[in-house]
Design a protein around this ligand. Structure first.
Ligand SMILES: Cc1cc2nc3c(=O)[nH]c(=O)nc-3n(C[C@H](O)[C@H](O)[C@H](O)COP(=O)(O)OP(=O)(O)OC[C@H]3O[C@@H](n4cnc5c(N)ncnc54)[C@H](O)[C@@H]3O)c2cc1C
Length: 356
Protein backbone atom coordinates (compact mmCIF):
# COMPACT_ATOMS: atom_id res chain seq x y z
CA UNK A 1 0.00 0.00 0.00
CA UNK A 2 2.87 2.37 0.93
CA UNK A 3 4.51 1.69 -2.42
CA UNK A 4 1.24 2.09 -4.33
CA UNK A 5 0.39 5.46 -2.77
CA UNK A 6 3.84 7.02 -2.36
CA UNK A 7 5.90 5.35 -5.09
CA UNK A 8 9.10 5.79 -3.05
CA UNK A 9 12.59 5.10 -4.43
CA UNK A 10 13.40 1.46 -3.85
CA UNK A 11 15.78 2.05 -0.92
CA UNK A 12 12.96 3.44 1.23
CA UNK A 13 11.06 0.70 2.96
CA UNK A 14 7.95 1.30 4.99
CA UNK A 15 9.24 0.04 8.34
CA UNK A 16 12.51 1.89 7.90
CA UNK A 17 10.60 5.10 7.23
CA UNK A 18 8.44 4.65 10.35
CA UNK A 19 11.50 3.92 12.49
CA UNK A 20 13.16 7.07 11.12
CA UNK A 21 10.13 9.20 11.97
CA UNK A 22 9.94 7.72 15.50
CA UNK A 23 13.63 8.53 16.04
CA UNK A 24 13.18 12.02 14.61
CA UNK A 25 10.35 12.64 17.07
CA UNK A 26 12.57 11.57 19.97
CA UNK A 27 15.29 14.00 18.97
CA UNK A 28 13.25 16.93 17.64
CA UNK A 29 11.44 19.11 20.18
CA UNK A 30 9.65 21.36 17.65
CA UNK A 31 6.16 20.77 16.26
CA UNK A 32 5.63 17.88 13.84
CA UNK A 33 2.63 17.94 11.53
CA UNK A 34 2.17 14.59 9.81
CA UNK A 35 0.19 14.42 6.59
CA UNK A 36 -1.80 11.28 5.79
CA UNK A 37 -2.91 10.90 2.21
CA UNK A 38 -6.04 8.81 1.68
CA UNK A 39 -6.66 7.36 -1.74
CA UNK A 40 -10.11 6.01 -2.69
CA UNK A 41 -10.16 2.22 -3.03
CA UNK A 42 -6.58 1.91 -1.72
CA UNK A 43 -6.15 3.00 1.90
CA UNK A 44 -9.41 4.74 2.79
CA UNK A 45 -11.42 2.03 4.55
CA UNK A 46 -11.68 1.90 8.34
CA UNK A 47 -9.31 -1.10 8.83
CA UNK A 48 -6.64 0.72 6.74
CA UNK A 49 -7.08 3.88 8.78
CA UNK A 50 -6.78 1.98 12.08
CA UNK A 51 -3.52 0.46 10.83
CA UNK A 52 -2.18 3.89 9.84
CA UNK A 53 -3.33 5.28 13.20
CA UNK A 54 -1.40 2.58 15.07
CA UNK A 55 1.77 3.58 13.26
CA UNK A 56 1.12 7.26 13.95
CA UNK A 57 0.76 6.49 17.67
CA UNK A 58 4.44 5.53 17.66
CA UNK A 59 5.47 8.73 15.89
CA UNK A 60 3.42 11.03 18.18
CA UNK A 61 3.07 14.03 15.85
CA UNK A 62 1.54 17.26 17.20
CA UNK A 63 -0.98 17.35 14.41
CA UNK A 64 -2.28 14.88 11.82
CA UNK A 65 -3.34 16.45 8.55
CA UNK A 66 -5.71 14.30 6.51
CA UNK A 67 -5.64 14.82 2.78
CA UNK A 68 -6.98 13.25 -0.40
CA UNK A 69 -6.87 13.90 -4.14
CA UNK A 70 -7.93 17.54 -4.54
CA UNK A 71 -6.58 18.60 -7.92
CA UNK A 72 -6.85 16.61 -11.18
CA UNK A 73 -4.49 13.68 -10.54
CA UNK A 74 -1.59 12.69 -12.76
CA UNK A 75 -2.88 9.10 -12.81
CA UNK A 76 -6.46 8.39 -13.81
CA UNK A 77 -6.72 5.65 -11.16
CA UNK A 78 -6.02 8.07 -8.28
CA UNK A 79 -9.44 8.60 -6.72
CA UNK A 80 -10.24 11.03 -3.99
CA UNK A 81 -12.57 10.17 -1.14
CA UNK A 82 -15.62 12.32 -0.60
CA UNK A 83 -16.03 14.96 2.09
CA UNK A 84 -18.17 13.04 4.61
CA UNK A 85 -15.81 10.06 4.43
CA UNK A 86 -12.86 12.38 4.82
CA UNK A 87 -14.43 13.96 7.92
CA UNK A 88 -15.26 10.55 9.40
CA UNK A 89 -11.77 9.26 8.67
CA UNK A 90 -10.32 12.36 10.26
CA UNK A 91 -12.34 11.68 13.44
CA UNK A 92 -10.89 8.16 13.54
CA UNK A 93 -7.40 9.64 13.77
CA UNK A 94 -8.34 11.46 16.96
CA UNK A 95 -8.64 14.99 18.28
CA UNK A 96 -5.38 16.33 16.87
CA UNK A 97 -6.38 15.46 13.29
CA UNK A 98 -7.71 17.95 10.74
CA UNK A 99 -8.84 17.81 7.13
CA UNK A 100 -6.56 19.81 4.85
CA UNK A 101 -7.91 18.79 1.42
CA UNK A 102 -8.95 22.05 -0.24
CA UNK A 103 -11.20 20.77 -3.02
CA UNK A 104 -14.29 22.27 -1.39
CA UNK A 105 -13.05 25.84 -1.43
CA UNK A 106 -12.38 25.54 -5.14
CA UNK A 107 -16.08 24.81 -5.63
CA UNK A 108 -17.22 27.55 -3.25
CA UNK A 109 -18.94 25.10 -0.98
CA UNK A 110 -18.62 25.92 2.70
CA UNK A 111 -16.59 23.21 4.39
CA UNK A 112 -18.68 23.33 7.55
CA UNK A 113 -21.43 20.77 7.40
CA UNK A 114 -22.77 20.54 10.92
CA UNK A 115 -25.06 17.78 12.04
CA UNK A 116 -27.06 17.55 15.27
CA UNK A 117 -26.46 21.28 15.72
CA UNK A 118 -29.18 23.91 16.03
CA UNK A 119 -29.05 27.59 15.39
CA UNK A 120 -29.95 29.22 18.71
CA UNK A 121 -29.51 32.95 18.07
CA UNK A 122 -29.06 35.34 15.19
CA UNK A 123 -26.64 38.08 16.31
CA UNK A 124 -26.39 41.58 14.82
CA UNK A 125 -28.32 44.87 15.00
CA UNK A 126 -29.63 45.93 11.59
CA UNK A 127 -28.40 42.85 9.80
CA UNK A 128 -27.06 39.44 10.72
CA UNK A 129 -23.38 39.44 11.66
CA UNK A 130 -23.02 36.17 13.52
CA UNK A 131 -25.00 33.12 14.57
CA UNK A 132 -24.85 31.29 17.87
CA UNK A 133 -25.13 27.51 17.67
CA UNK A 134 -26.57 25.08 20.18
CA UNK A 135 -23.05 23.83 20.99
CA UNK A 136 -22.10 27.39 22.06
CA UNK A 137 -20.04 28.14 18.98
CA UNK A 138 -20.39 31.53 17.30
CA UNK A 139 -19.90 31.71 13.52
CA UNK A 140 -19.64 34.78 11.29
CA UNK A 141 -22.57 34.98 8.87
CA UNK A 142 -23.63 37.20 5.96
CA UNK A 143 -26.96 35.51 5.46
CA UNK A 144 -29.25 33.03 7.21
CA UNK A 145 -31.67 30.87 5.23
CA UNK A 146 -34.43 29.19 7.21
CA UNK A 147 -36.74 26.46 5.89
CA UNK A 148 -40.09 27.19 7.52
CA UNK A 149 -42.33 24.88 5.50
CA UNK A 150 -45.50 25.68 3.58
CA UNK A 151 -49.19 25.98 4.29
CA UNK A 152 -51.56 24.51 1.69
CA UNK A 153 -54.14 26.75 0.04
CA UNK A 154 -57.35 24.84 0.81
CA UNK A 155 -59.86 27.67 0.61
CA UNK A 156 -61.54 26.19 -2.48
CA UNK A 157 -62.06 22.86 -0.67
CA UNK A 158 -63.36 24.67 2.41
CA UNK A 159 -65.72 26.66 0.21
CA UNK A 160 -66.97 23.41 -1.36
CA UNK A 161 -67.72 22.05 2.13
CA UNK A 162 -65.17 19.25 1.94
CA UNK A 163 -63.66 18.07 5.23
CA UNK A 164 -60.36 19.80 5.91
CA UNK A 165 -58.11 20.40 8.87
CA UNK A 166 -55.29 22.85 9.60
CA UNK A 167 -52.75 20.98 7.46
CA UNK A 168 -54.87 20.18 4.43
CA UNK A 169 -57.75 18.35 2.80
CA UNK A 170 -58.76 15.09 4.45
CA UNK A 171 -58.59 12.10 2.06
CA UNK A 172 -58.81 8.33 2.49
CA UNK A 173 -56.47 5.66 1.09
CA UNK A 174 -58.20 6.00 -2.33
CA UNK A 175 -57.58 9.78 -2.36
CA UNK A 176 -61.32 10.37 -2.00
CA UNK A 177 -62.38 13.40 -0.01
CA UNK A 178 -65.43 13.53 2.28
CA UNK A 179 -67.40 14.09 -0.94
CA UNK A 180 -66.92 10.70 -2.67
CA UNK A 181 -67.14 12.37 -6.10
CA UNK A 182 -64.21 14.64 -5.37
CA UNK A 183 -60.63 13.39 -5.24
CA UNK A 184 -57.65 15.36 -3.99
CA UNK A 185 -53.92 14.69 -4.05
CA UNK A 186 -50.57 16.34 -3.51
CA UNK A 187 -49.31 18.83 -0.95
CA UNK A 188 -52.82 20.13 -0.18
CA UNK A 189 -53.89 16.77 1.29
CA UNK A 190 -53.27 15.15 4.66
CA UNK A 191 -50.75 12.31 4.58
CA UNK A 192 -50.59 9.25 6.77
CA UNK A 193 -47.35 7.57 7.81
CA UNK A 194 -46.75 4.12 6.30
CA UNK A 195 -45.38 3.04 9.68
CA UNK A 196 -47.83 4.48 12.21
CA UNK A 197 -50.92 5.32 10.17
CA UNK A 198 -50.80 8.71 11.90
CA UNK A 199 -50.72 12.08 10.12
CA UNK A 200 -47.30 13.15 8.90
CA UNK A 201 -45.97 16.31 7.29
CA UNK A 202 -44.14 14.60 4.43
CA UNK A 203 -44.85 16.64 1.30
CA UNK A 204 -42.90 15.70 -1.79
CA UNK A 205 -43.38 15.76 -5.55
CA UNK A 206 -42.70 12.01 -5.59
CA UNK A 207 -45.59 11.51 -3.15
CA UNK A 208 -47.87 13.95 -5.02
CA UNK A 209 -47.39 12.10 -8.32
CA UNK A 210 -47.97 8.69 -6.73
CA UNK A 211 -51.17 10.02 -5.15
CA UNK A 212 -52.31 11.48 -8.47
CA UNK A 213 -51.90 8.05 -10.10
CA UNK A 214 -54.00 6.50 -7.34
CA UNK A 215 -56.65 9.23 -7.66
CA UNK A 216 -56.68 8.94 -11.47
CA UNK A 217 -57.06 5.15 -11.38
CA UNK A 218 -59.95 5.42 -8.91
CA UNK A 219 -62.00 8.10 -10.69
CA UNK A 220 -64.59 5.73 -12.15
CA UNK A 221 -64.05 2.62 -10.07
CA UNK A 222 -61.97 2.07 -6.94
CA UNK A 223 -58.91 0.16 -8.17
CA UNK A 224 -55.97 1.42 -6.16
CA UNK A 225 -55.18 2.08 -2.54
CA UNK A 226 -52.15 3.74 -1.04
CA UNK A 227 -50.87 2.48 2.28
CA UNK A 228 -49.26 5.64 3.64
CA UNK A 229 -46.13 7.58 2.91
CA UNK A 230 -42.64 6.22 3.56
CA UNK A 231 -40.61 9.41 3.03
CA UNK A 232 -37.75 9.07 0.57
CA UNK A 233 -35.25 11.87 0.10
CA UNK A 234 -32.04 12.35 -1.82
CA UNK A 235 -29.79 15.34 -2.27
CA UNK A 236 -26.28 16.08 -3.45
CA UNK A 237 -23.52 18.18 -1.88
CA UNK A 238 -20.22 18.51 -3.69
CA UNK A 239 -20.53 15.27 -5.73
CA UNK A 240 -21.73 13.25 -2.75
CA UNK A 241 -25.30 12.00 -2.78
CA UNK A 242 -27.04 11.70 0.60
CA UNK A 243 -30.27 9.75 0.78
CA UNK A 244 -32.72 8.37 3.29
CA UNK A 245 -35.86 6.24 3.10
CA UNK A 246 -38.27 5.39 5.89
CA UNK A 247 -37.19 5.38 9.50
CA UNK A 248 -33.71 6.08 10.80
CA UNK A 249 -32.50 4.04 13.79
CA UNK A 250 -33.31 6.86 16.25
CA UNK A 251 -36.77 7.48 14.77
CA UNK A 252 -37.57 3.75 14.85
CA UNK A 253 -36.52 3.50 18.50
CA UNK A 254 -38.66 6.54 19.33
CA UNK A 255 -41.61 4.64 17.83
CA UNK A 256 -40.80 1.73 20.19
CA UNK A 257 -39.51 -0.62 17.53
CA UNK A 258 -36.77 -3.00 18.66
CA UNK A 259 -34.28 -2.62 15.86
CA UNK A 260 -31.21 -4.23 14.41
CA UNK A 261 -29.03 -2.52 11.86
CA UNK A 262 -26.63 -3.60 9.17
CA UNK A 263 -23.95 -1.15 8.08
CA UNK A 264 -21.59 -1.54 5.14
CA UNK A 265 -19.25 0.48 3.03
CA UNK A 266 -18.11 -0.76 -0.35
CA UNK A 267 -17.02 0.54 -3.71
CA UNK A 268 -19.64 1.04 -6.42
CA UNK A 269 -17.31 -0.66 -8.91
CA UNK A 270 -15.30 -3.83 -8.88
CA UNK A 271 -12.42 -3.92 -8.52
CA UNK A 272 -12.26 -0.66 -6.58
CA UNK A 273 -9.72 0.77 -8.99
CA UNK A 274 -12.20 0.90 -11.88
CA UNK A 275 -12.89 4.37 -13.29
CA UNK A 276 -15.64 6.17 -11.42
CA UNK A 277 -15.18 4.10 -8.26
CA UNK A 278 -16.57 5.75 -5.13
CA UNK A 279 -17.42 4.15 -1.86
CA UNK A 280 -21.09 3.83 -0.98
CA UNK A 281 -21.95 3.70 2.67
CA UNK A 282 -25.26 2.11 3.58
CA UNK A 283 -27.12 1.49 6.79
CA UNK A 284 -30.32 -0.55 6.91
CA UNK A 285 -32.66 -0.58 9.90
CA UNK A 286 -34.78 -3.69 10.50
CA UNK A 287 -37.58 -4.51 12.91
CA UNK A 288 -35.97 -7.09 15.19
CA UNK A 289 -39.23 -8.88 15.94
CA UNK A 290 -40.14 -9.82 12.34
CA UNK A 291 -37.04 -8.89 10.33
CA UNK A 292 -38.90 -6.35 8.18
CA UNK A 293 -37.01 -3.43 6.69
CA UNK A 294 -37.96 -0.10 8.30
CA UNK A 295 -35.51 2.27 6.71
CA UNK A 296 -32.16 2.98 5.17
CA UNK A 297 -29.61 5.75 4.81
CA UNK A 298 -26.97 5.87 2.12
CA UNK A 299 -24.33 8.16 0.79
CA UNK A 300 -21.84 8.10 -2.03
CA UNK A 301 -22.03 8.28 -5.81
CA UNK A 302 -25.00 9.15 -8.05
CA UNK A 303 -26.28 5.57 -7.92
CA UNK A 304 -27.28 6.17 -4.27
CA UNK A 305 -30.29 8.07 -5.70
CA UNK A 306 -31.62 4.85 -7.23
CA UNK A 307 -30.39 2.64 -4.38
CA UNK A 308 -32.58 4.53 -1.94
CA UNK A 309 -35.58 4.07 -4.23
CA UNK A 310 -34.93 0.32 -4.25
CA UNK A 311 -34.80 0.45 -0.46
CA UNK A 312 -38.14 2.26 -0.45
CA UNK A 313 -39.65 -0.51 -2.62
CA UNK A 314 -38.32 -3.10 -0.15
CA UNK A 315 -39.89 -1.19 2.77
CA UNK A 316 -43.20 -0.83 0.94
CA UNK A 317 -43.31 -4.54 0.17
CA UNK A 318 -42.36 -5.30 3.81
CA UNK A 319 -39.32 -7.28 2.73
CA UNK A 320 -37.35 -8.91 5.52
CA UNK A 321 -33.57 -9.06 5.96
CA UNK A 322 -33.76 -12.65 4.64
CA UNK A 323 -35.68 -11.52 1.53
CA UNK A 324 -33.11 -8.81 0.84
CA UNK A 325 -30.17 -11.16 1.41
CA UNK A 326 -31.64 -13.39 -1.34
CA UNK A 327 -32.50 -10.45 -3.59
CA UNK A 328 -31.41 -11.31 -7.14
CA UNK A 329 -29.25 -8.66 -8.65
CA UNK A 330 -27.31 -7.80 -11.73
CA UNK A 331 -23.73 -6.59 -11.40
CA UNK A 332 -21.06 -5.34 -13.76
CA UNK A 333 -17.50 -4.21 -12.89
CA UNK A 334 -17.92 -0.81 -14.56
CA UNK A 335 -21.41 -0.15 -13.22
CA UNK A 336 -22.06 -1.70 -9.80
CA UNK A 337 -20.52 -3.05 -6.64
CA UNK A 338 -19.15 -6.56 -6.76
CA UNK A 339 -21.74 -9.31 -6.14
CA UNK A 340 -19.76 -10.31 -3.05
CA UNK A 341 -19.71 -6.74 -1.70
CA UNK A 342 -23.15 -5.60 -2.88
CA UNK A 343 -24.16 -3.08 -0.25
CA UNK A 344 -27.89 -3.90 0.09
CA UNK A 345 -27.32 -7.63 0.39
CA UNK A 346 -24.37 -7.38 2.75
CA UNK A 347 -26.09 -4.88 5.06
CA UNK A 348 -29.02 -7.34 5.27
CA UNK A 349 -26.66 -10.25 5.99
CA UNK A 350 -25.03 -8.32 8.83
CA UNK A 351 -28.45 -7.55 10.31
CA UNK A 352 -29.48 -11.23 10.07
CA UNK A 353 -26.53 -12.15 12.30
CA UNK A 354 -27.89 -9.78 14.95
CA UNK A 355 -31.47 -11.03 14.63
CA UNK A 356 -30.63 -14.69 15.12
C1 LIG B 1 -37.57 24.49 -2.69
C2 LIG B 1 -38.29 23.19 -2.83
C3 LIG B 1 -37.60 22.08 -3.25
C4 LIG B 1 -38.26 20.86 -3.38
N1 LIG B 1 -37.55 19.77 -3.79
C5 LIG B 1 -38.18 18.60 -3.94
C6 LIG B 1 -37.49 17.45 -4.40
O1 LIG B 1 -36.28 17.48 -4.65
N2 LIG B 1 -38.17 16.29 -4.53
C7 LIG B 1 -39.50 16.22 -4.26
O2 LIG B 1 -40.07 15.13 -4.40
N3 LIG B 1 -40.18 17.29 -3.83
C8 LIG B 1 -39.57 18.48 -3.67
N4 LIG B 1 -40.27 19.57 -3.23
C9 LIG B 1 -41.69 19.43 -2.91
C10 LIG B 1 -42.53 19.50 -4.19
O3 LIG B 1 -42.23 20.68 -4.89
C11 LIG B 1 -44.00 19.46 -3.84
O4 LIG B 1 -44.26 18.36 -3.00
C12 LIG B 1 -44.83 19.30 -5.08
O5 LIG B 1 -44.65 20.40 -5.94
C13 LIG B 1 -46.31 19.20 -4.72
O6 LIG B 1 -47.07 19.14 -5.89
P1 LIG B 1 -48.56 19.61 -5.89
O7 LIG B 1 -49.02 19.48 -7.30
O8 LIG B 1 -49.31 18.92 -4.84
O9 LIG B 1 -48.54 21.15 -5.44
P2 LIG B 1 -47.89 22.40 -6.17
O10 LIG B 1 -46.70 22.01 -6.97
O11 LIG B 1 -47.74 23.43 -5.11
O12 LIG B 1 -49.02 22.83 -7.18
C14 LIG B 1 -50.22 23.39 -6.74
C15 LIG B 1 -50.67 24.39 -7.80
O13 LIG B 1 -52.00 24.79 -7.54
C16 LIG B 1 -52.09 26.19 -7.72
N5 LIG B 1 -53.25 26.66 -6.93
C17 LIG B 1 -53.35 26.84 -5.58
N6 LIG B 1 -54.60 27.28 -5.27
C18 LIG B 1 -55.29 27.34 -6.42
C19 LIG B 1 -56.64 27.73 -6.75
N7 LIG B 1 -57.50 28.11 -5.83
N8 LIG B 1 -56.99 27.69 -8.03
C20 LIG B 1 -56.13 27.29 -9.01
N9 LIG B 1 -54.85 26.92 -8.73
C21 LIG B 1 -54.44 26.94 -7.48
C22 LIG B 1 -50.75 26.71 -7.23
O14 LIG B 1 -50.50 27.99 -7.76
C23 LIG B 1 -49.82 25.65 -7.79
O15 LIG B 1 -49.44 25.92 -9.11
C24 LIG B 1 -39.63 20.79 -3.09
C25 LIG B 1 -40.33 21.93 -2.68
C26 LIG B 1 -39.66 23.12 -2.55
C27 LIG B 1 -40.44 24.33 -2.12
Amino acid sequence: MFKHVNRPCKEIEFNKMIEGLVKFREEYSGKIWLEVFLLGGVNSLKPDIIKIKNHIAKIKPDKIQVNTVARPPAEDYAYRIDLPQLIESCKLFGENAEVIADFLETKHVDKHILTNTRLDKILGDDKVKQVELSDGRILDADMVLIGIGVQPNISLAEFAGIETCKDGIVVDAHMQTSDKNIFACGDCTIKKSFFTGKPTNLKLASIATMESRVAGANLFEIKRKQEGVIGVFSTIVDNTVFAVAGLGEKQACELDYKVVTGEVEASNRHPGKMPGATNIKLKLVFNKSNGELLGGTARGSDSVGEMINTISACIQKKMTANDIAQFQLGTHPAVTASPIAYQLVNAAELAIKKIS
